[in-house]
Design a protein around this ligand. Structure first.
Ligand code: FEO
Length: 326
């Protein structure tokens, strides 16, 4: 069954406790993840996003327990990467004529992925969908983190459905900021930003400023992975602005690989030297061949300086260092 978030909004997603890697093997998910989908019930009933393909039948079955599928008036697809659109074909077999609201790029991606001539309704920033007592407003957010991405804002409950933005790969029963282990959540939120969004920081800053200028009241942010920001949604928005602004902590990260222990000894000697020169600086030593690459990138993201050391092999550098530098 779903989880009621407000009188009108129910979480109908999937918590994936066992997920250990994502994007193929490009992102480690030590804490699992969730694919958050939302059912908004008002004069019209709208589903926002779906879940990853392997869970498509489970998703449609559970959604059907929550609402007669024929009573769904519209589907909003904020972003169409497979983890959010994967269950769409299974659902559309049941309700093939229901309109799918998405960006123009979103339609292209859905057509490319699933080769279906569904009832697409393409929307732009400022377009709205009236549900009766509340209204959905769409805000395009290209490259946060795909070209098709958009956010959906719900008036009345004052919720921003932000898809990947403000998300974390984090499986939890509690689902709410008010009840989650926030140390773990913030660690995963930072890892998500560092690994998925750093490249798009200029777009992050511009989009947040654009949305802030709309002066929309904001009670909650509901991302498509991890917890709902229900206590202090402005806090994660402010944190994103800081992360997007050449973020640094008083930290230096030393990443090395080693063949016969020599490069490790050099890395450790450098670490001791830094610590004796500045006891306040946090020094992180990480072995590129043994430590998780996404964790290393998160430490690099937090650092004011990074040192990289590799043993020499065949006139080159080790593949672990080469992969990390790429
Ligand atoms: Fe969670 Fe970009 O998909």
């Amino acid at each position: 069954m779903g989880k009621k978030i407000t009188d009108k909004v129910t979480w109908v997603g999937k918590t994936d406790w066992e997920l250990k890697s994502f994007h193929g093997d490009e992102y480690s998910t030590h804490k699992g993840s969730s694919y958050n989908a939302w059912l908004v019930r008002d004069g019209k009933n709208v589903l926002i996003d779906t879940v990853w393909g392997p869970y498509d039948k489970e998703f449609v079955t559970r959604l059907n327990e929550e609402i007669d599928l024929k009573d769904i008036d519209a589907i909003v697809m904020n972003h169409n990467e497979n983890d959010h659109s994967g269950a769409l074909p299974e659902l559309m077999r049941e309700i093939p004529d229901v309109p799918i609201y998405c960006t123009k790029k979103g339609e292209q991606i859905l057509r490319g992925l699933y080769h279906q001539d569904w009832n697409y309704v393409t929307v732009k920033t400022g377009d709205t969908l009236d549900l009766d007592s509340c209204r959905l407003t769409f805000v395009e957010a290209p490259m946060l983190h795909w070209p098709d991405t958009m956010f959906t804002y719900m008036s009345g409950d004052n919720i921003l459905f932000s898809n990947d933005g403000f998300g974390q790969h984090y499986a939890t029963e509690s689902l709410l900021e008010s009840t989650a282990d926030m140390d773990e959540v913030m660690r995963e939120a930072k890892k998500y930003y560092a690994n998925i969004l750093t490249l798009y920081s200029p777009q992050v800053t511009r989009k947040i400023r654009e949305i802030l200028e709309m002066n929309l009241p904001l009670n909650m942010i509901c991302p498509s992975h991890g917890i709902i920001w229900d206590q202090n949604p402005a806090g994660i928005v402010q944190q994103y602005l800081e992360w997007a602004d050449a973020y640094q902590e008083n930290q230096i990260t030393i990443v090395y690989d080693t063949m016969w222990n020599s490069t490790r000894q050099m890395a450790q000697a450098i670490a001791r030297g830094i610590e004796s020169a500045d006891p306040d600086v946090k020094v992180k030593l990480m072995n590129a061949a043994k430590d998780d690459k996404n964790d290393i990138l998160t430490e690099i993201f937090s650092s004011k300086a990074v040192l990289v050391g590799s043993p020499t092999i065949n006139y080159g550098i080790s593949h672990a260092i080469a992969g990390l530098l790429e």
